[in-house]
Design a protein around this ligand. Structure first.
Ligand code: PEP
Ligand code: MG
Length: 779
């Protein structure tokens, strides 16, 4: 293995730089080469080396990047600049990042590297093959260093010139402000961080899918293949019901073919991005794979399983009759069935060491890693249990990796709870003492449903993440039709596909502050640094992902509603006012009305989306307490060129005053209203929703709360305006029953609650109809 060490301009220790070429072909790469080719390159190489039909690729090695830095004289310049950089000084950080990126982009790539890339590209195909160019960062102490914001990918690259420039752009992306900031926070020395670039033939699959090389639950020698039309995202995201084929490895024959109705496919959209297209005609119910293709796939699956010695979860694609294997990784679910059976027995004997609120369902066991400061998140490894006082947006990359999350603070609607539910990661919040009671490295089991933490790894621990297959299964069963719309809440765009796979009737709340908080910069920072366009684009792109997942269905996008304390740790956070009670402070509509520039930038993003034809986008204003605020917001939007009478504008009812004055809002022209019960409850009965000390006094069904909700529903009905709920109470089936009985028009629940809410709504509606019919008969 080659170890690269950067110090004072000298590059390599442990091996000569000459030992690793600038270019490595997949066939030459083995998993041990990870430090030269990154995680992506290494796993592709390993698959190619055993004869799997991986799309052709080569890797521009980390050493090529180092040679580039040295030969162009950039290394010293860059390291001097980053050595003296105070990453907490946003202006300086941005400036340094921009200058370093510009230096890297402007520097001349050494002729030898250029020639080798050109020659490799030509060797792939004589006529300008379309390739994907992906960066893969590596670091000495963490070979596959997937730092947030650093993994630039350029798709649809064609021609030598475009390829060379994409490679250089990948190199430059190592020095994005965010990447430098994360590295500094996570304690990485910039001198040991490298970047490899994978150049791979782009596969535009005509059919694609996943394959379990052995039965994913029982481990029996049955290969299960799911296949559908178009690109693989459709199955992986669970937005299509795929065909299913079972291949019996013992009898070497196809044991089952189940052809599903495939309603949509995901296709490349021109040269950039993808689009979802409805499947019409005979392809909808046609069998996707021929028997020959099933048999070939199963054979490739067996090769992978034999090589890795464990059953594999494989992604594949087929273009013009050629099969490509795109990814292979171990199946993690085998054995769960057995474990699930032992659950109740195990639980009785197990020792409960901590208790909190079950905030995101699921059970997982793993090693505790306590995070006291965001700069420690580098210590978080795949499968750990993240234990912290309270999560914040900086921690989302770490939250993605872990098997479960436990916090000291918070309630069902805190950051940890909302993000965990959307990531499908079990979470227990508000334990008060987790960071003191638990120890680093201790093995625990987290029950995110019951809010319990057990000592040791209980066998009941089920897989942490919801896999694509059950999601597809749920969609295949077909949604129950209800008269009351059942919608879904979304906070992070990456949850959009999971949310859409529930078959929800739209998005009743898209919290855009999570989108902004994830950028790690406050809106004020963007404005102060003349980066308004970046802000608008990020917002536009994030919202668009959600709109695209819900074609033709209403998506209510809420304007910014982050309390000042949530902005504090971000770039620009130092300019946020210190408030004694941020919950009652400068947030929601009141802040936007006083910060017209911040409001206008959000409206610019909405305008772009409306112009692009997303008529399903509605805008919802948070924290309104008086109709004048709605009117003022509407007038400001009119002033910025929005056709306010013809777009959908509505409000959240989350302050008692707005419930009491709802008729005035209706007269002012709101098109919908949605109960934000998380806040409505705290403001009605004066119980801080995030304070674990009073959590047991937080009463969603307090008579005063129900009375406000009841009154507002009736008034909205009288004005024929949609009245909805998007607070956490809407994810409680009992509350859903009460709401349907009281005439609510729609309920927006969390992704994990949709199925049970839909069932509760359907039953209640049927009961109401039945009772009405019986009463009529009795008359
Ligand atoms: C609410 O208050 O119920 C709501 C949905 O908004 P948030 O939780 O974002 O305050
Ligand atoms: Mg709220």
């Amino acid at each position: 293995m080659i170890i690269i060490k950067q110090g004072g301009g000298e590059i390599i220790s442990g091996a000569s730089m000459k030992d690793v070429p600038n270019i490595l072909w997949l066939e030459e790469i083995r998993k041990e080469d990870i430090i030269s080719v990154g995680g992506k390159g290494a796993s592709l190489g390993e698959m190619a080396s055993i004869g799997l039909p991986v799309p052709r690729a080569f890797v521009v090695t980390a050493q090529a990047f180092r040679r580039f830095l040295v030969e162009s004289g950039l290394d010293q310049k860059i390291f001097t600049m980053s050595d003296h950089l105070d990453v907490e000084n946003n202006e300086a950080l941005e400036k340094a990042a921009d200058s370093i990126k510009a230096l890297v982009l402007k520097a001349k790539m050494p002729a030898a590297i250029k020639d080798e890339i050109r020659a490799a590209y030509k060797k792939m195909s004589a006529n300008n093959l379309i390739v994907a160019v992906r960066s893969s960062a590596t670091a000495e102490d963490l070979p596959d260093a997937s730092f947030a914001g650093q993994q630039e990918t350029y798709l649809n690259i064609k021609g030598e010139g475009a390829l060379l420039s994409a490679v250089q752009k990948c190199w430059a992306s190592l020095y994005g402000a965010r990447a430098i900031y994360y590295r500094a926070k996570q304690g990485f020395d910039d001198r040991t961080v490298n970047i490899a670039v994978v150049v791979q033939q782009l596969v535009r699959s005509e059919k694609s899918g996943v394959m379990f090389t052995s039965h994913p639950i029982t481990g029996e020698p049955l290969t299960i293949i799911e296949g559908s039309w178009g690109l693989g995202e459709a199955i992986v995201s669970g937005s299509v019901s795929p065909d299913k084929y079972v291949f019996n490895q013992q009898g070497e024959q196809i044991a089952e073919r189940m052809v599903a109705e495939k309603k949509i496919e995901i296709l490349p959209d021109g040269d950039n991005g993808t689009k979802t297209v409805e499947i019409t005609g005979t392809r909808r119910n046609a069998q996707v794979l021929s028997d020959d293709e099933v048999t070939k796939l199963a054979t490739y699956g067996k090769i992978a399983e034999n090589h890795y010695s464990v059953p594999q979860d494989v992604e594949w694609g087929i273009v013009a009759g050629t099969i490509y294997i795109l990814q292979s990784r171990p199946i993690t679910t085998i054995g769960n069935k057995k474990e699930a059976k032992g659950m109740s027995g195990q639980k009785k004997e197990a020792k409960i060491i901590l208790q909190g609120q079950g905030a995101a369902p699921g059970t997982a066991a793993g090693k505790v890693v306590i995070i006291r400061d965001v700069k420690d998140t580098g210590a978080v490894k795949e499968g750990n249990i993240l234990v912290t006082r309270m999560t914040n947006p900086d921690m989302v990359p770490a939250m993605r990796k872990v098997a479960a999350i436990v916090t000291d603070e918070g309630g069902m609607t805190c950051h940890a709870a909302i993000v965990s539910r959307e990531l499908g990661t079990p979470a227990v919040v508000g334990t008060k003492t987790a960071t003191q009671v638990l120890k680093n490295g201790q093995i625990i089991t987290v029950d995110g449903e019951m809010g319990l933490i057990y000592d040791g790894a209980l066998e009941m621990a089920a897989p942490a993440k919801t896999t694509a297959a059950p999601m597809a299964g749920a969609a295949a069963a077909g949604p129950v039709i209800t008269a009351t719309s059942v919608k879904v809440n979304v906070s992070i765009p990456e949850a959009a596909a999971r949310a859409a796979a529930t078959g929800a009737d739209g998005v009743g709340l898209l919290r855009i502050e999570h989108l902004i908080l994830g950028l790690n910069k406050t809106p004020g920072w963007f404005i102060a640094n003349n980066r308004e366009e970046d802000f608008v684009r990020e917002l536009h792109d994030g919202i668009k992902i959600v709109l695209d997942a819900f074609p033709g269905k209403p998506v209510w996008v809420r304007t910014l509603d982050a309390p000042t304390d949530e902005f504090r740790n971000m770039m620009g956070g130092e300019s946020e006012p210190h408030e004694h009670n941020p919950m009652l402070g400068w947030r929601g509509i009141r802040r936007d009305l006083q910060s017209p520039e911040q409001f206008r930038l959000q409206v610019d993003a909405f305008k772009r989306l409306w112009k692009e034809g997303y008529e399903n986008l509605g805008v919802m204003f948070p924290m309104v307490s008086h109709p004048d605020q709605f009117i003022a917001a509407k007038e400001m939007m009119r002033g910025w060129g929005v056709d306010v009478e013809n777009v959908t504008l509505g409000i959240m009812i989350e302050i008692p005053s707005s419930a009491i004055m709802v008729e005035d809002f209706l007269k002012a022209g709101i098109r919908f209203a949605s109960f934000g019960t998380n806040d409505l409850i705290q403001y009605t009965i004066a119980i801080d929703r995030n304070n674990e000390n009073v959590a047991d006094m937080y009463q969603p069904k307090h008579p005063a709360v129900l009375s406000l909700i009841h009154g507002a529903i009736q008034m909205c009905r009288a004005y024929n305006v949609e009245c909805s709920i998007c607070g956490q109470a809407g994810s409680d089936p009992k509350m859903a029953v009460w709401l349907v009985e009281h005439g609510i028009a729609s309920i927006s629940a969390n992704i994990d609650a949709i199925a049970k809410i839909r069932e509760a709504v359907a039953r209640t509606e049927k009961r109401i109809i039945l009772e009405a019919a019986r009463n009529r008969d009795a008359e």
